[in-house]
Write a protein that binds this ligand. Structure first.
Ligand code: PEP
Ligand code: MG
Length: 316
């Protein structure tokens, strides 16, 4: 019965009692953005721009980049409301090296010059990318949201937001480093929105490589330490009146999605194939039950207990 319900589900994200939650797609180029519109998503919650450039030996020109960003924005041009499109600036380095970004030799690339840190060494890369996004936005008549990966401090968020707002765009940062989660109120004061990257937030909170199959027990977003940080960020967003998304694969887990909504997360973005199951799960529960599930998981100290507590709270 649940499988049939998921197969039929095509609505916007909404709990049984009418609390709206945006369900969005993670994409990597125009083709994947167009393919995402076959799923019940209302926009793009994470455009991983670095993935579009993995095969490039040199930096794409601003014109080439403009065409790419416009393609993704325009993939959702036919939706009834202006679609939310969140573009992430280059997250080069570590598990996503780019040939045209010289990272040098690093002993610990995951803790090295990756994400926004690259812009310190190569400021023109970020300037060019923001110029291209701004031009694409004007051409498409849209206002994309732009966010930086791997932000660790409020000062980084402030500097990035200034560059984005100078170009008339909406500025945000990813929360995927524990320091950013712990300082969420200060970071939220600098930006218009945040989006929690649970893949890296889990890796860095648990000190466990996200690429290691041997460490899967640790790289589990149900780890209560990770859930505790997510709850702090969501609460800080609610207090600031600013959107808090989740764009890691945690957002693809229907049970965890209900917990995240209960914590106050306002949008969920993941591989588009997960959207129907997440939407169907939200449609079966009330916001009060989601809040009870959030409270229940925060009282646990073990991922299995957290899952059981969430299941029990959502069934009652
Ligand atoms: C994350 O870290 O959760 C995230 C969404 O970014 P990426 O997986 O691209 O590092
Ligand atoms: Mg990440």
């Amino acid at each position: 019965a649940v499988a049939a319900e998921i197969a039929r589900w095509s609505g916007p994200g909404r709990t049984a009692d009418g609390h709206d939650v945006a369900i969005l797609a993670n994409v990597q180029d125009g083709a994947s953005a167009r393919a995402a519109t076959d799923h019940p998503v209302t926009g793009v919650g994470l455009f991983r721009t670095e993935l579009a450039f993995l095969d490039r030996a040199s930096e794409p020109t601003v014109d080439e980049q403009t065409t790419l960003y416009r393609e993704v924005i325009e993939a959702f041009a036919d939706t009834p409301d202006p679609a939310k499109i969140v573009i992430r600036t280059l997250d080069a380095g570590s598990d996503k090296p780019l040939a045209f970004v010289d990272a040098g030799v690093e002993a610990n690339p995951a803790l090295g010059v990756r994400g926004l840190r690259v812009a310190t060494a190569h400021p023109a890369l970020l300037e060019h990318q923001l110029d291209a996004i701004a031009t694409a936005a004007v051409q498409a008549g849209a206002t994309p949201w732009v966010m930086a990966p791997m932000v660790a401090t409020a000062a980084e968020a402030r500097a990035f937001a200034a560059q984005v707002r100078d170009r008339g765009l909406v500025a945000g940062v990813m929360i995927e480093v524990p320091s950013a989660a712990l300082l969420a109120p200060a970071i939220l004061a600098e930006v218009d929105f945040v989006s929690i990257g649970t893949n890296d937030l889990t890796q860095y909170t648990m000190a466990a490589d996200r690429m290691s199959a041997d460490l899967a027990t640790l790289t589990d977003p149900w780890q209560p330490a990770v859930l505790t940080l997510i709850e702090r960020v969501a609460a800080a967003g609610a207090a600031a009146g600013k959107p808090v998304g989740v764009c890691g694969e945690a957002a693809a887990d229907p049970l965890l999605a209900c917990v995240l909504v209960g914590m106050g997360v306002t949008s969920l973005s993941s591989a588009p194939a997960a959207a129907a199951a997440v939407g169907a799960a939200l449609g079966r529960v009330t916001l009060a039950a989601c809040r009870a599930a959030a409270d229940a998981v925060l009282a646990t100290a073990d991922p299995a207990d957290a899952r059981a507590a969430a299941t029990a709270a959502l069934q009652s």
